[in-house]
Design a protein around this ligand. Structure first.
Ligand code: DP6
Length: 361
């Protein structure tokens, strides 16, 4: 939808070298995206909280090159070191964007990227890294052509580009919360990009915490892209997509009105549905570990005993996201220290919370 052959530099008007830096966060889906078609188009709509502490900083430097060979020229540094694997992956992504950004082949690009969380912690970085890169590319387009001065148009295009890199990344563009995927519940929603949901969110959720309990940082046995693909032969796929659509509608109402109980029930049911789908895939697989189950049981017991609204979520991995409102942080942190740390690898917890979204540095 964004193809534009006119976005080419005029070789007779050389441009100054420049750079853009964006810090972009990860996000946690409450209703999950699991199953896709074409290039990361979701089989069902999803809703996520935008995080604050788990971020990627990406700097994109550009210089004009005189004789274009038709190749996109790219260097990639991750935490100050050249990284060939990331370079190759990013180059494939940029190649895919050529019809949208034909000017990329007229530039030499250097990317310096780094995460705010330990690389080895087992926290997925595709959402933060792809969204940070997408934002840099939109800043570049606007600087060269002045075509993205409208903030809404800028965010929408950044979300669209981020999605092409990694589906869930399209939701990281917006503050507090975002909805991705066509749904009757949200006018203007789309499979192609996410839309903001932060403005409609009840204040309860703007002060929410998500402490990520690292049960294992081992590389996953089955990647998310393989997991999505396995949904195609999954006998529960269609009922699952219907379930997600129905839950999204209920969740939207709960998050507008501040209904914590409904929010928490959907968050936990979605996490378990995601992992149930993995167990029902062919071949079947399991990403939860004994520590994951131990924590889930303790969270449910703690909630029953204390009455505190503390809920768990899971991504496609063994680590637990502990969700709770900020006003009970001291009690919950004590609970984590007393009962949950023993299940965490190196007792590591990545503390996070709902945030304001990406910022240009
Ligand atoms: C379980 O966005 O990582 O985190 O589109 O193939 O890059 P690709 O997959 P990805 O899948 C994320 C799945 C999830 C749920 C979610 O974030 O909605």
């Amino acid at each position: 939808m964004y193809e534009n052959p006119k976005l080419l530099l005029d070789p007779s008007k050389p441009i100054e070298p420049g750079q853009f830096t964006w810090r972009s966060p990860s996000n946690l889906a409450i209703v999950k995206y699991w199953g896709k078609y074409d290039v990361q188009l979701p089989k069902n709509p999803s809703l996520s909280l935008t995080l604050a502490a788990s971020c990627t900083d990406t700097m994109l430097e550009f210089t004009q090159i005189e004789n274009t060979s038709g190749q996109i020229q790219l260097d990639f540094f991750f935490h100050q070191e050249e990284n060939e694997a990331f370079r190759a992956r990013t180059l494939r992504f940029l190649e895919q964007l050529r019809p949208i950004f034909p000017f990329l082949q007229q530039l030499h690009l250097s990317i310096h990227s780094g995460n705010s969380f330990p690389h080895s912690a087992g926290i997925a970085s595709s959402a933060s890294s792809m969204s940070a890169l997408a934002l840099c590319l939109c800043s570049l387009e606007d600087a060269l052509f002045g075509t993205l001065s409208d903030p809404k148009a800028f965010d929408q295009k950044a979300s669209y580009l981020a999605r092409l890199g990694s589906g869930s990344a399209c939701r990281s563009i917006f503050s507090h919360a975002a909805i991705w995927g066509l749904t009757n519940a949200v006018p203007g929603s789309s499979d192609e990009y996410a839309v903001p949901f932060g403005d409609e969110l009840h204040d309860q959720f703007k002060n929410f915490h998500d402490d990520i309990l690292i049960v294992s940082s081992d590389e996953k046995a089955v990647s998310s892209s393989v997991g999505h693909a396995l949904m195609d032969g999954n006998p529960f796929a269609e009922p699952r997509y219907a379930q997600a659509r129905a839950r999204l509608t209920t969740l939207i109402d709960a998050m507008k009105s501040g209904d914590l109980e409904t929010f928490g029930k959907i968050a936990e049911d979605e996490a378990l549905a995601l992992h149930a789908l993995m167990m029902c895939s062919n071949p079947s697989y399991m990403l939860m570990k004994p520590g994951t189950l131990a924590i889930i049981e303790k969270v449910r017991q703690y909630r029953a005993d204390s009455g505190n609204p503390v809920y768990f979520s899971l991504d496609a991995g063994p680590n637990i996201h502990l969700l709770y409102p900020g006003d009970i942080i001291h009690e919950v942190r004590a609970f984590i220290d007393d009962q949950l740390l023993e299940h965490c690898e190196n007792q590591y917890v990545q503390q996070d919370w709902v945030g304001e979204g990406p910022e240009e540095m």
